[in-house]
Design a protein around this ligand. Structure first.
Ligand code: GDP
Ligand code: IMO
Ligand code: MG
Length: 427
């Protein structure tokens, strides 16, 4: 079976977009299975940079079927903007397919995201403000609106009336804000529905046809293990499951239909938004990483918090996802660091921990235990063969694999497609 799942192993922004785009050259289908427009996946192709939020990162290959699965929360405003940007570049998105079971992000979801963050004050999550949490909450609370209803004017009117009556009571009575107008939302979103209708189908049936025809399929994760609703640093997480298990529910597959799982690992660590980050470097090292790597959010433009590679995080992600191998990205960013630190474990109250702490209090207080490796102080971006990488660089790569508990199968040394060193066959 030729299906590969690509997941984030840290706090997101590991370079999933780059790796999926690279592998998509050989793929027939690329499918997103969770998340929404909170994702920002950067793909650099033919000298142009594309920031994809909802479109799967196979969209730049004509002929690739790109699926937005049932557990993705779909913001039509963002999707239409992305489609317009592709069109402006002369690219065709006819391979796009949107699940009729996906939930629609509506204006009140974005409003609630903002109001709830404001209400939380110092305990805010630091969300992307894209309405993700409120939309998934409505889905779980069975007051969400799915694409299939949104495409049907009558059903949409009825479901929107019900949802909006409920939302407006909270908006006015709890938050003291102005209510939202039904007709304005209805008219605007009927217009979006008309534009996106040609892409809507039963993507579960489609993906099973593709599997039966032995097509090559990539499952593209958004966010990452530490942001997983069940396994991440709750409550500083997203509202979906970026880990590989979610592929099954998010697209309608059985677990045996996932062939291989690749974890994308950044050669250091970053985080956007609030929450514990044991290897964060609030010093000149953190600044150097941020400025060298230009670590600013692809979705919100926020400066990303930067720190050293944390093997506790990636080892945990290896376990949560059952990783077969690692795609190590942004190795070139460390080219000019004379010494590089790797966190090998966490100490809490003087004792080494064996398990990744569930308690945020513990995670916030752990002492990261480091080992120091010599840097390589040489450019790596033009290197095409693994053996050509400087010896200290290979030593760093091998150590990461050893500590993470999965072999490094891909090494990425630049954002472009050709700056990718592949050590083993992926499909
Ligand atoms: P994603 O959300 O996981 O897809 O990652 P983002 O796109 O948010 O952030 C990753 C950033 O790193 C993007 O700007 C990519 O173009 C860039 N990138 C990916 N791989 C490499 C690499 O190996 N080296 C360098 N220098 N940049 C990379
Ligand atoms: P990609 O796919 C990095 C973070 C937000 C916030 C938390 C919850 O590009 O790796 P949300 O808006 O999802 O309710 O925010 O999750 N977050 C991300 N951080 N990369 C992402 O996506 C993220 N998507 C959400 O910053 O801390
Ligand atoms: Mg990103």
């Amino acid at each position: 079976m030729s299906s590969i799942c690509v997941v984030g192993t840290q706090w997101g922004d590991e370079g999933k977009g780059k790796i999926v785009d690279y592998l998509a050259e050989q793929a027939d289908v690329v499918a997103r299975y969770q998340g929404g427009a909170n994702a920002g996946h950067t793909v650099v192709a033919k000298g142009k940079t594309f920031k994809l939020h909802l479109l799967p990162s196979g969209i730049l290959y004509p002929g690739c079927t790109c699926i937005i699965g049932n557990d993705v929360v779909l913001d039509p405003v963002v999707l239409l903007e992305e489609l317009a940007a592709l069109k402006a570049e002369g690219l065709d998105a006819s391979g796009l397919r949107i699940s009729n079971r996906a939930h629609v992000v509506l204006p009140y979801h974005k409003l609630f995201d903002k109001l709830e963050e404001r209400m939380k004050g110092n305990s805010k999550v630091g969300t992307t403000g894209r309405g993700i949490g409120p939309c998934y909450a409505d889905a779980a609370n069975r007051i969400g609106i799915r694409v299939v209803s949104w495409m049907d004017r009558e059903a949409f009117a009825q479901e929107l009336q019900t949802a909006l009556a409920y939302k407006n009571r909270i908006i006015t009575q709890v938050f003291g804000e102005q209510p939202l107008d039904f007709q304005t939302i209805y008219d605007e979103y009927c217009g979006y529905a008309d534009q996106l209708r040609p892409y809507v189908c039963d993507t579960c049936a489609l993906i099973h046809e593709e599997l039966a025809a032995d097509k090559k399929i990539l499952f593209e994760g958004a966010q990452a293990a530490m942001l997983d609703l069940s396994h991440g640093t709750y409550p500083f997480v997203t509202s979906s499951h970026p880990t590989a298990g979610a592929v099954c529910v998010g697209l309608g597959l059985g677990p045996k239909q996932i062939g291989k799982v690749i974890g994308v690992v950044k050669a250091y660590a970053t985080r956007v938004g609030e929450g514990p980050f044991p290897t964060e470097q609030l010093n000149a090292i953190g600044e150097q990483i941020r400025e060298t790597a230009h670590e600013y959010g692809a979705t919100t433009g926020r400066p990303r918090r930067c720190g050293w590679f944390d093997s506790c995080v990636v080892r945990y992600a290896t376990m949560l996802n059952g990783l077969d191998c690692i795609a190590l990205t942004r190795l070139d960013i460390l080219d000019q660091f004379p010494e590089i630190q790797i966190c090998t474990g966490y100490k809490y109250q003087g004792k080494l921990l064996n398990e990744f702490p569930a308690s945020l209090k513990v995670l916030g207080e752990v002492e990261a235990v480091y080992e120091t490796l010599p840097g390589w102080m040489a450019p790596t971006s033009d290197i095409k063969e693994y053996d050509q990488l400087p010896a200290n660089c290979r030593r760093y790569v091998e150590r990461i694999g050893e500590l993470a508990g999965a072999r490094v199968g891909i090494v990425s040394v630049g954002p472009e497609r050709d700056r990718t060193i592949v050590r083993e066959k992926m499909f």
